[in-house]
Every structure is written in C-alpha cells, then in structure tokens.
Design a protein around this ligand. Structure first.
Ligand code: PMP
Length: 361
C-alpha cells in the first residue's frame, strides 16, 4: 500500500523526505554501525546531533541568545502543570486566555499550582471567535499570561501576537510552531508537543527566556525544574533520542524548503484553497469560525447533512485521503494542514469535496 494524503491532527504527517532519510539511516547511522536509537545520549555522535538540532531551530526561528532551547518529554499536557510550578510561587496568580479545548485543559492542569485568572475567554461564543483584546482583564501582577495561539480542535488561531505589557507571555504553540516566522522576543516561554509540526510524539520543544529560569517558586524534584534541564543541555535523564533525531531532520528539511517565510506562504495558500472550497460550496460544506480567527493549520468543517458523514469518510479514504474525521467534541470533519501536508494534498481534498458535493447534493 502506498502512502495516502494524511490530514491527521496529531500525531500527524511528517515530511516524506525525512521518513525516507530515517529509513536509509536506520540500521547504520553516520557509519557508526548502530541505529541512532541504540547509542548513548552522552556520546560524541548524539551530542553533535543535539547541538545541530538546536542550532537549526535557533536559525529557523531567529531565537535570541537570551533564550534557552529545551528538548523535553511529557507532552504539552505535562507542561500545562509544570509551567506554573516553574513560573509561579506560593500565592501567585496567572492570567489565562481561553479560546478552545486546549486552553481549558491548560487552566485545569495549572490550577493545583497557581491561582488561575481566566482573563479572557470566548467560551460563551462557543469558541467561534477570539475574545477581543479590549475585553481581557489582565492583572499587571500576574506571574505570566498563557494563551493558545492555535486551537487544534476548534480551529481558531491568533494572527497577531497579543500585547500584554511587561508580564511574560507563555504560548502553547503545539499546533502552529514553525508554520510561519514569529518574533520570539515577544514571548517569555513558547512550548510545543512535537507530534504536529516537528516530529513524533513524546518530545516537547521549549523556548524559554533565561531570566525566567531563575524564578524561585517552590521546592520540586530536579526533573520538574526547567533551570536544571537548561543547565544540563536537556540531558538530566535519558531524553527521547529518536524523537530528537527526527526533529533535527525536520529542521533541516524546513531549511531546505526555504525556511519559515516559505512555509508561511505555502500554508497560507493551502488554507485559502480549502476555505475557498468550503465557502464556495453553496452551503454544502460549512466552517463557522469568524473569518479573522480561522486557523491555517486545522480546518474543521461540517456537511450540510450529517447523515452524509459516514459516506464522506468512507469515500474520502477510498480516494486516498486519510484522517478527515472531526474531533468527537465537535463532530463533522477536520483537515489538518501542517507543514508536511503539501498543496497537492489539499488540491486532492478539494477535488474530492467538489465531486462528493456534486454526487450527493
Ligand atoms: N495543546 C495543543 C494546542 C494540542 O493540540 C495538544 C494535542 N493535540 C495538546 C496541547 C496536548 O498535547 P499532548 O498530547 O502532547 O500532551
């Protein structure tokens, strides 16, 4: 069976060139006679890989020198709890902007460690839009402001970095990191689970302003303490070496593609093509998100008659289009258009959707 066009929300499509290279190198990496998975993380070869991956990520995102880059584990979910452990002390509060499912999860996981103030939310609008910036009740004494630039399930994305004054801005970029250039200096902390735009699951990439590593918050095991991870080059314990390797290959692939400016243009073209086809379907397909907040990465859509959902899924898979079923919270369909999904895949999806609408309209 050949590979299908994969619209999975995560774990998601990886660049085929990366998979092919990993396949070629699997048994004998760099002529060392073993797989990268079978080597000590403290050996010279793997240390070289780790340094190169960090250097490539720094180049792609133009990460300033006063930021540390960490390669961690635990998924983004673990860091929902670990971020307040590291950034907020006894009695501190933190502001959360909630624009969908993952923002809600960030709040509930943070609650044992910090007084959570939901400073802005679009829950009452069913997360169909972003809460207007002038409605946010930010506290200038907050330990940090947390938000989710792209909500993977609801398909809502911030298209500008919010202004929050002097309070460090913390962003869960799990589903939009590396999809466009960003000004890292606007953030205190950026973190992302790898399994959408970086590599396989089981790896978290974190970019943290070094002064935030110095916050004395509470006693905790070293393994939870970001400063200890930074001081040990993310090798406090055995890291996810395989994930780190694939992330490094993905960073190299992104550089070969022309970096994040090129990815941004591609991602915009892909999103325009799909939204254009939904909006131009005469109501057969529908995406209800406010135009200004539509996600370029995750496009949820419904069919005008949900009785057609099963046929849509069955026929789309037969047409070579994988993983279009929407999240159970919303139903309907969702197409995720991460970096590794080419325009050609979106064209195939749009062609299928047009044909399906003709046959079932
Ligand atoms: N945040 C966002 C925006 C996500 O999309 C996801 C996963 N889909 C998570 C957090 C949770 O990630 P993990 O499963 O790696 O903990």
């Amino acid at each position: 069976m050949s590979r299908l066009w994969n619209f999975s929300a995560g774990p998601a499509a990886m660049p085929q060139a990366v998979l092919e290279r990993a396949q070629r190198e699997l048994l004998d990496w760099q002529g060392c006679g073993a797989s990268v998975m079978e080597l000590s993380h403290r050996g010279k070869l793997f240390m070289g890989l780790a340094q190169q991956a960090e250097a490539d990520l720094r180049e792609l995102l133009a990460i300033p020198a006063d930021y540390a880059v960490l390669f961690l584990q635990g998924g983004a979910t673990q860091h929902f709890g670990q971020i307040p452990m590291n950034l907020a002390g006894e009695g501190d509060s933190a502001d959360y902007i909630v624009t969908g499912h993952w923002g809600e999860k960030a709040v509930s996981e943070a609650a044992p460690y910090v007084k959570v103030n939901v400073a802005g939310s679009s829950k009452e609008q069913h997360y169909l839009q972003l809460p207007p910036r002038d409605s946010w009740q930010l506290d200038p004494r907050a330990a940090y402001v947390h938000y989710t630039p792209n909500e993977t399930i609801h398909g809502v994305e911030f298209h500008a970095i919010p202004e929050v004054g002097e309070v460090p801005l913390v962003a869960d970029m799990s589903s939009n990191i590396l999809s466009e250039p960003v000004d890292v200096s606007r953030f205190g902390l950026i973190y992302a689970g790898a399994q959408k735009n970086i590599g396989p699951s089981g790896l978290v990439v974190m970019i943290i302003r070094r002064d935030l590593l110095q916050r004395a918050t509470r006693p905790m095991s070293r393994i939870f303490h970001y400063a200890d991870h930074a001081a040990n080059d993310s090798m406090l314990n055995t890291p996810n070496t395989w994930g780190w390797y694939l992330a490094g290959l993905t960073f190299q692939w992104l550089k070969e593609q022309g970096g994040l400016t090129a990815m941004c243009e591609r991602n915009r073209a892909k999103a325009e093509l799909l939204y254009g086809s939904i909006d131009g379907s005469g109501g057969f397909y529908r995406n209800p998100i406010d135009l200004a907040a539509r996600s370029r990465m995750n496009v949820p859509f419904t069919l005008h008659d949900s009785a057609l959902d099963a046929a849509f899924l069955k026929e789309s898979e037969a047409a070579g289009l994988l993983a279009l079923k929407g999240h159970k919270a919303l139903g309907g369909m969702r197409a995720s258009l991460y970096n590794a999904v080419p325009l050609e895949a979106v064209q195939a999806l749009v062609d299928f959707m047009g044909d399906f609408a003709k046959r079932h309209g």
